[in-house]
Design a binder for this molecule. Sequence first.
Ligand SMILES: CC(C)(COP(=O)(O)OP(=O)(O)OC[C@H]1O[C@@H](n2cnc3c(N)ncnc32)[C@H](O)[C@@H]1OP(=O)(O)O)[C@@H](O)C(=O)NCCC(=O)NCCS
Length: 166
Amino acid sequence: MGMSVTISVATEQDVEQIFRLQYLCFQSEAALYGNYRIDPLVQTLDSVRAEVASDCVYVARLGDEVVGSVRGRIAEDGAAAIGKLCVHPRLQGHGIGARLLRAAESALAEERGAKTFRLFTGHRSESNLRLYRRVGYETVGTSKGGDDGVPMIILEKPAGTYATTA
Ligand SMILES: CC(C)(COP(=O)(O)OP(=O)(O)OC[C@H]1O[C@@H](n2cnc3c(N)ncnc32)[C@H](O)[C@@H]1OP(=O)(O)O)[C@@H](O)C(=O)NCCC(=O)NCCS
């Protein structure tokens, strides 16, 4: 990749940029489902701030600009729930999403003892499903979704399974 996009742990200073970026990135998902109440679009700035303080949150940076983000945390059953993966529309398709995912997985396994990673994606989000399957996730079930009612596909993979592709 010609651009030097770096992946690092998100800090308090990144909160507003993450908030704005996810609002921009998830417009395409909202349009796909005709639903603008999906979680990443209705999350408050304070809620993003709380996640940055407590969860494993990574950002992709191009200079001073946050161009990608992902969060992960240990869920009640001990699996690591990874979510809100997003990359700025103009920079998608260069492997940044896969790099963010790998950073979150490594931190969750090494720092928080995750044995399994879990992801949700909308049932019609084909490119997301392709990305997740390519890096080793398999469908384990479906869910009716939360308040937004969008049917979700649940994918998991055991920790220690790493993608071989860039
Ligand atoms: C999902 C999302 C984070 C992926 O980010 P990304 O940076 O585009 O992801 P990647 O570049 O790693 O992979 C995307 C595609 O680019 C391809 N790609 C990766 N590196 C590449 C490279 N160097 N050259 C050409 N293509 C490349 C991948 O093979 C993949 O192709 P596919 O769609 O045919 O499977 C991004 O599309 C996004 O923000 N979407 C909106 C929000 C969303 O739906 N998030 C997921 C919620 S579950």
